[in-house]
Design a protein around this ligand. Structure first.
Ligand code: ATP
Ligand code: MG
Length: 251
């Protein structure tokens, strides 16, 4: 469970600008795919960094799995894995194998146990044939799978993806969502996906829409579709817009 209790936040360097999170409260349950949506600068990545304990609230409290993110950084970093938008910033190994091993070293796993764990996670992500490859030979989609493997091998309880689909072609996007459904079913893990890609919205179990740092909508994709409140804040799926037009015509 993730709990935001009257959380306020401002970037220190940004005190004169308007971006701020003001007394925002919400909770996210595990075993669901939560969508965080909103326009550029609405605060989505900031929420991700707050949950992962990379930033701390100025006031209020954030709990992840019962731990206060301000008090227990080290534990929070183990519980929350983030996959950033640009995989190049996240990959630290020179080969696929080495990159996955790096996470295991962080967990102080004995060297003898590593090959088996690396093989397992690589098979789960379908990159076992790439283990010996230099990371700079990977495609964008393969790099993303490697980042997910390197985070998953640390067995986090929450996974946060920051705009994972924005660089993917429609085919890879479909594969990404299939992979996420499998992760949700096979691992006891909570998933947050930040996205501005409207075609992603129907894949979410629950959606939170942010605008200017504020949480302005919480509900299911179905509820967002009929809420009529996302206009100007986010682009809704074309399919929904057509459905609305058709309904209006038939009314
Ligand atoms: N390190 C920082 N220092 C100061 N201000 C920042 C910093 N990071 C983000 N901001 C500001 O905070 C606001 C929210 O940024 P954030 O990155 O959370 O938005 P976002 O919804 O993820 O946007 P995008 O869709 O462009 O990724 C923006 O106005 C941004 O300029
Ligand atoms: Mg962002």
């Amino acid at each position: 469970m993730i709990l935001f209790d009257r959380v306020s936040f401002r970037y220190k360097s940004n005190e004169e600008t308007s971006f701020a999170i003001r007394e925002v409260s919400f909770s996210c349950r595990q075993n669901l795919i939560h969508g965080f949506i909103g326009g550029n600068g609405s605060g989505k990545s900031t929420y991700a960094r707050l949950i992962a304990g990379l930033l701390h609230p100025e006031a209020g409290k954030i709990e992840v799995c019962g731990l206060d993110t301000s008090a227990e950084d080290a534990q929070i970093h183990r519980k929350v894995g983030i996959i950033f938008q640009n995989p190049d910033n996240q990959i630290v190994g020179t080969t696929v194998e080495e990159d996955i091993a790096f996470g295991l070293e962080n967990l102080a796993i004995p060297t003898n146990d590593m090959p088996e764990k690396i093989q397992q996670i690589a098979e789960e992500m379908g990159i076992e044939n790439l283990l010996k490859k230099p990371v700079h030979h990977l495609s964008g989609g393969q790099k993303q799978l490697l980042c997910i493997a390197s985070v998953l091998v640390m067995q986090p309880e929450w996974l946060i993806f920051d705009e994972p689909t924005s660089h993917l072609d429609p085919w890879s996007r479909r594969n990404f969502w299939k992979m996420l459904e499998i992760l949700k079913q096979q691992r006891q893990v909570g998933i947050i996906v930040i996205s501005q890609v409207s075609d992603d919205f129907e894949n979410f179990d629950s959606i939170r829409l942010f605008a200017d740092g504020d949480l302005v909508f919480t509900g299911s994709p179905e509820e967002l579709k009929v809420a009529n409140m996302a206009d100007g804040l986010i682009h809704l799926p074309e399919k929904w817009q057509f459905e609305k037009l058709r309904e209006a015509e038939n009314a």
